[in-house]
Design a protein around this ligand. Structure first.
Ligand code: ARG
Length: 461
């Protein structure tokens, strides 16, 4: 029997309609949150006198039983259970008798599902945030462990200036801090309770949405019932936060792909986080990094798909909104997989700091240091830039080491030549936030502090 059997005749719904319409196959993941929401709704009905004490007891008892059945895998779904809300209400009614038939008083699945999904999302996004934090802690541990190892920093994929490996690792770490900020702000934005909005316009019954909101741990209730049942901003924002996070992970993945190539050889992946080839015996492939990159496309798709679904919807609830859940569940599932694997990969990777150093010690990596040395001597930067540029060109054209030309140059000389010695240039990156050892030591302290703050903000499981 359908929920709407009163209005309809004897004809049963078409199988094709049921197959298209159902959401139980994916929204059963909302079961625990649906029960939490129903309990609060029942307590609300009780406060305003719409349920007697015995009825409250009967319904809450049935909800406990339903919860146990669902957790124990004994809950029997039947074909007419269109979604998890229908299934739970049906079972509560079977168990609690006439009292059960009062559970849905003053409520619609429209405000119910909007509430359930908020309860689900605020918990899950915090869980994703904690996984991000684990990755950051791993990046921090690796950054501490590699001490003063350095490598070329790149712009345009061309060697630019040497930087500490720790600096490079923390660059990804700081991007992830913004992801945590975003996840937390999405949780804040979704922090109102839509329950009590009914199907779209509230109710003639004396509901207590303020009390229900507080009961469910929301800061406030909805302001407008039409908006409350239509609003999926929080899903779109969550999908964006996760998509951008996945883009950061994708960029990390791309670097690992490059770094682990024979051409670079900056990193060797642990066997546990690499794969082989079914045909080529010598291969060791960075699949984790590649999937971090590949999944980002899918998560961007989840976001754009939902935005496209939302853009043409009139107020208020429309069944199109049922499409929000699979995108959200998928994005959260996929980002969890990527975060866990990437964290393991970063934790176990072996950095080849000898190769990194050899690449970074190229003389031209110190070109700007020569120019800045001239600046310290009073030369305007533009002029200094031209002087050093000309020396670099001469060195390349005449196949003479830059160091020799620097030493022979009257404006530079032996003192300036020392800047070209291996390992010197990186130590000159001393300004706040820069990539040299002194600045990075301070950055490490600030990053550790930031992780401490974010640990508190995200709270425990
Ligand atoms: N399964 C539905 C969804 O996910 C629940 C709300 C259904 N509301 C309705 N009026 N048919 O959106």
């Amino acid at each position: 029997m359908t929920l709407w059997h009163g209005r309809f005749g004897d004809q049963s719904p078409a199988d094709a309609l049921m197959a298209l319409n159902e959401s139980l196959s994916f929204d059963r993941r909302l079961a625990a949150d649906d029960i939490v929401g129903s309990r609060a709704h029942v307590r609300g009905l009780s406060r305003v006198g719409l349920l007697a004490g015995t009825e409250v007891e009967a319904i809450l008892g049935a909800l406990d039983r339903v919860q146990a059945e669902l957790e124990g895998g004994e809950f029997v779904f039947i074909p007419s259970d269109e979604d998890i809300h229908t299934a739970i209400e049906r079972r509560v009614t079977e168990l609690a008798g006439p009292a059960g038939a009062k559970l849905h008083t003053g409520r619609s699945r429209n405000d119910q599902v909007a509430t359930d999904l908020r309860l689900w999302a605020r918990r899950e996004l915090a869980g994703v945030g904690r996984l991000v934090l684990n990755l950051q802690l791993t990046l921090l541990a690796r950054a501490e462990e590699v001490e003063d190892a350095y490598l070329p920093g790149y712009t345009h994929m061309q060697r630019a200036q040497p930087v500490l490996l720790a600096h490079h690792l923390l660059a990804h770490g700081w991007a992830l801090s913004r992801d945590i900020d975003r996840l937390l702000s999405v949780i804040t934005h979704m922090d109102y309770c839509p329950l009590g909005a009914g199907a779209l316009a509230g109710s003639s019954l004396p509901l207590d949405p303020d009390g229900v909101a507080t009961d469910l741990g929301f800061s406030t209730r909805f302001e407008n019932s039409l908006d409350a049942v239509s609003d999926r901003d929080f899903v779109a924002e969550a999908l964006f936060a996760v998509a951008l996070l996945s883009i950061h992970l994708s960029r990390m993945g791309e670097e690992v792909v490059i770094w682990s190539s024979s051409e670079f050889g900056f990193v060797v992946l642990d066997d546990a986080y690499a794969t082989g080839s079914s045909m080529l015996p010598q291969k060791k492939n960075p699949d984790v990094a590649e999937l971090a990159r590949g999944k980002a496309g899918r998560l961007i798709g989840n976001l754009t798909g939902l935005l496209a679904t939302l853009k043409g919807l009139p107020l208020s609830y429309n069944k199109d909104l049922q499409e929000d859940k699979e995108a959200l569940f998928d994005s959260v599932d996929q980002i969890r997989l990527v975060l866990s694997a990437l964290t393991g990969m970063v934790a176990t990777a072996r950095f080849d700091t000898v190769k990194m150093r050899a690449a970074a010690d190229e003389e031209t990596g110190a070109a700007v240091d020569l120019a800045e040395w001239l600046v310290q001597e009073g030369t305007p930067f533009r002029e200094a830039h031209a002087v050093v540029g000309a020396l670099v060109r001469a060195s390349l054209e005449r196949h003479v080491p830059l160091a020799e030309l620097v030493e022979a140059d009257p404006a530079l000389g032996a003192e300036a030549r020392k800047l070209l010695e291996p390992g010197v240039a990186v130590t000159r990156r001393t300004s706040p936030g820069a990539g040299g050892p002194v600045a990075v030591a301070e950055q490490l302290t600030r990053f550790r502090q930031r992780l401490g703050v974010d640990t508190d903000r995200l709270g425990g499981e």
